[in-house]
Design a protein around this ligand. Sequence first.
Ligand SMILES: NC(=O)c1ccc[n+]([C@@H]2O[C@H](COP(=O)([O-])OP(=O)(O)OC[C@H]3O[C@@H](n4cnc5c(N)ncnc54)[C@H](O)[C@@H]3O)[C@@H](O)[C@H]2O)c1
Ligand SMILES: O=C(O)C[C@H](O)C(=O)O
Ligand SMILES: [Mg+2]
Length: 555
Amino acid sequence: MDRAQRTLSDALHTRGTAYTTDERRQLGLVGRLPAAVETLEQQAARAYAQLRRQPDDLARYVYLDALHDRNETLYYRLLTDHLTELLPVVYDPTIGEAIEQWSHDYRRSRAVYLSVDHPEDVRAAFESLELGPDDVDLVVVSDAQEILGIGDWGVNGTDISIGKLAVYTAAAGIHPGRVVAVNLDVGTDNETLLADPQYLGNRHARVTGEAYDRLVDAFLTTAAELFPAALLHFEDFGPSNARRILVDNAAKHRIFNDDMQGTGAIVVAAVVAALQVTGEGFDDQRLVVFGAGTAGTGMADQISAAMRRAGLDDDAARGRVWLIDKHGLVTDDQTGLPDYQQAYARPASEVAGWTRDATGAIDLLTVVRQVRPTILIGTSTVHGAFTEDVVRALAAGVERPILLPLSNPTGRIEVMPADAIAWSDGRALVAVGIPAEPVEHGGTTYTIGQANNALLYPGLGLGTIVSGAGHVTDGMLLAAATAVAGQVDVSAPGAALLPPVADLRASSATVAVAVARAAAADGVATIEHEDLVQAVHDAMWEPAYRGPASAGEAR
Ligand SMILES: NC(=O)c1ccc[n+]([C@@H]2O[C@H](COP(=O)([O-])OP(=O)(O)OC[C@H]3O[C@@H](n4cnc5c(N)ncnc54)[C@H](O)[C@@H]3O)[C@@H](O)[C@H]2O)c1
Ligand SMILES: O=C(O)C[C@H](O)C(=O)O
Ligand SMILES: [Mg+2]
């Protein structure tokens, strides 16, 4: 490749038609670009027009992905300028569709692939990046067992790591050259993929047990050794691996599980905002979680922790949580309960008189009628599970129920916000995981907040990086949740429970400051700043062509 090509194809640094005449001379680009010298804004206007000509969101995803590979500054300029419009395209919900099509749409890849069949190659794979110990701030890793609510997508799930990193950069200015996306390819149990001649991953069933653990260990130890400053973000693992990996390694490594901790914290933020409307405290709440997997039990953990902080003892806090999974209400007489559900299993004696269906299960409607929950969360991936009967029963039980149908993407959501508002006659306090249009009901406009971990993890990551925190503590998660909730004004009827996505950059900076303060208070910060607000601001990468243009150093 000649020098000009190298310079033009280095996506992280290239300026394309924005190179000035002088720069073109210096960098050996004379004669290699059309004559016009453009600004980033002119380039962005053209790219936006090209984007708008794409027929649908999946085509827009592919277009943006290609732009990401061509010119990162331009890609992030577009994303940052049109965050509300484009977040649903590069992230949830369109990313779900893109992952399903990934092997067919494959073009090129910016990720690192670690195979369960070759754990001995983990080091070589990371070393091939030619990055030094101070060069990486963040690694996002997924084994793709539970992508969003669409299940096991094997190597196709690589794009969830890339998508999460794009949100980190667009929302919190994490430097795009200091991040690494990783797919742990442990095989897949998705029969459609295994039978698809175009499938690009390891063509065998998911490997579990010792071989799986060996790969995860190799990933953790090698990443921590080569990139000691990096936060290791785990995404979309299956429930038992997610929890086990976090519990076993939280003290040893700088790790964070987004589906458990990020989601739990964003839900705490939504509940804090909702409680400002109802005037109640966490100790007044009764929580029903429908779908007790990674996210659902992560939320149960964080909401019951908030109940304890509000004064309830362990037993009392646990006693205010009801989990429902595939076999109905989780009770202590059920055999084979996964460990993460056991702590919340209700005594069978307590529910002896409750109605059971033909299979002996106690269903959601029965639980809602019996418990009269103040908070009902959906993390089940079951579209439509919150039926009109369920929502009406919920609204009959309490004046202002908090209703959070959080399953992603759109085809999995438990109830659409418009139905939730209508069936509760405008009384339910609703937030959902996907972006949603406002709802009109009874003369009030209800703005629907997006309770998606994307409103939290970018700021949490930035705060962790800026403070050099060695661990992500509960105090940092709580600080992030409180900082998100602090940006919401619920005084007007129909107000959203979460800040708007359009303000995500400012909101992430506020979250980062709170997180860095909490890291210092918890004694895990390793970097002190005289002016933390300024330090966070300075740490945020801006999509702009700044400073002298450099020759291509394609990564
Ligand atoms: N909004 C957010 O920020 C956010 C964050 C994380 C996860 N999620 C969403 O939550 C959903 C669950 O994700 P996860 O990672 O916890 O997956 P998971 O597979 O770990 O959990 C899903 C749980 O639902 C249960 N379930 C399935 N069918 C059910 C039924 N008919 N009745 C009751 N329970 C049933 C499963 O047994 C499992 O325990 C996904 O759709 C995901 O997109 C949203
Ligand atoms: O990725 C998202 O949109 C949120 C969450 O991590 C999920 O798994 O659904
Ligand atoms: Mg996830």
